[in-house]
Design a protein around this ligand. Structure first.
Ligand code: C5P
Length: 408
């Protein structure tokens, strides 16, 4: 059996709904327990027509939950406690009827109520007759659930209990247990799209000269690697740096602020999280000379610069706006200025650092920051940029999760 050590100590509510595949859920409980998970089983009424609660009780060593308003059960672990206890709510098998009830947000029995009350991710393993699975109503329900972030596992194809052949068969218990283990392994940003800007921009004056800054790109690259490690599909939009692109990340090379904006709008629309770590040049020459600018006889050269677009503020204005994180490099009144920027640019979070301290920030390997939101401020003292990136990403991922739970 493949490694399922990620299951160790994970708290899983397993919902069992009515269908012939309910018997496979017994094997699933055994596998999850063998991986070290804690499992609490919730059964719908129709599930109990297929398999007895006693089976799950004997396997899990825990009482099986069957009723929403059972005074005895509510005195132990009631529906809200179950919802809060869960790190994952897995429904296997998930019948067509259950998927429809979940898609419409019903709370008319214990399992649907737990699903509605939990902030844990939901995973469903559909099981039904192939015609029921193919029916546009079921497909539409699954589409709604997918958009809400519910993970849909399977179904498989093959011979069905009713004699039909086609899609709708619940995956085998081992396959589902492996998906669950993989899900925990994949980290806090699994299934999420994260777009990060990094490095400086270059604003050309003529074919050989440009205006730029000293940004090394280290912080943005470290954030991209940390997001990837948390399971995100990560897109790094980077100005010119000396850094090697981290593997497993989609890298879009840009030069100017305008090019960065175009990529940011394209990839940021519909993304889950946008982090602006780039040091975008605030101004660009109004016109780029077609030929190399010649030395003037009087020894002076006048450049006319125009303001560049604010990439992060434009992304925050998108209709399908991601959760937006910006940076603020300040030399004084760090928190005050960062807070003002948070509001002005309509960001969800801003990461502020004091660039008057030359031991941290810009070209350094270390950084110390404050993470500010509309509600709170968290200090991250001086540390290696890689470690800081991992800590910031897990903090941001947790905030994103809470934000999405509030919004949905
Ligand atoms: O306004 P300021 O440059 O201090 O704001 C810093 C934040 O805004 C950073 O997150 C930076 O990446 C972003 N920014 C941007 N486009 C600009 C200027 C800044 O995305 N033109």
């Amino acid at each position: 059996m493949s490694d399922m050590s990620e299951l160790f100590d994970r708290r899983i509510v397993l919902g069992v709904t009515g269908g012939i595949a309910a018997y496979k859920a017994a094997e699933l409980v055994r596998l999850l327990l063998r991986g070290g998970a804690q499992v609490r089983v919730v059964m719908t009424e129709s599930a109990q027509a297929f398999i007895a609660p006693l089976t799950f009780q004997a396997l899990s060593g825990q009482p099986v939950h069957t009723h929403l308003l059972d005074p005895a059960a509510e005195a132990g672990m009631g529906h809200i406690e179950l919802a809060k206890w869960a790190e994952l709510v897995l429904i296997a098998p998930a019948s067509a009827n259950f998927l429809a009830r979940l898609a419409t947000g019903q709370a008319d029995d214990l399992l649907t109520t737990v699903c509605l009350a939990t902030s844990a991710p939901l995973m469903v393993a559909p099981a039904m007759n192939q015609a029921m699975w193919r029916n546009p109503a079921t497909q539409h329900n699954c589409q709604i659930l997918g958009q809400r972030g519910v993970v849909i596992v399977g179904p498989g194809e093959g011979e069905q209990a009713c004699g039909d052949t086609g899609p709708g068969r619940m995956l085998e218990a081992l396959e589902i247990a492996q998906v669950v283990a993989g899900y925990f392994r994949r980290g806090m940003l699994a299934g999420k799209v994260v777009v990060i800007t990094a490095g400086p921009t270059r604003e050309p004056l003529d074919p050989v000269r440009y205006i730029s800054n000293h940004s090394s790109g280290k912080m943005g690259y470290a954030l991209a690697a940390a997001a990837r490690d948390e399971g995100a599909r990560t897109i790094l939009i980077t100005g010119p740096t000396r850094l090697a692109a981290p593997p497993g990340i989609q890298v879009m090379q840009v030069e100017t602020a305008k090019e960065m904006l175009a990529q940011a709008l394209e990839h940021g629309a519909g993304a889950d999280l946008f982090i602006a770590a780039a040091a975008v040049a605030d101004y660009a020459p109004e016109k780029v000379a077609t030929h190399k600018i010649k030395k003037e006889a009087n020894g002076e050269l006048h450049l006319h610069l125009v303001k560049n677009p604010d990439v992060v503020a434009e992304v925050a204005r998108l209709e399908r706006r991601p959760f937006v994180v910006g940076f603020a490099a300040e030399t004084e009144k760090v928190l005050e200025h960062a807070r003002a920027k948070l509001q002005r640019k309509n960001l969800d979070v801003i990461i502020a650092n004091d660039v008057s301290d030359t031991t941290i920030g810009f070209n350094s390997d270390n950084n110390a920051v404050w993470l500010l939101s509309g509600e709170d401020a968290v200090e991250y003292p001086t540390q290696d940029k890689q470690q800081l990136a991992r800590r910031l990403i897990s903090d941001i991922a947790a905030r994103l999760e809470r934000h999405n739970n509030k919004a949905s």
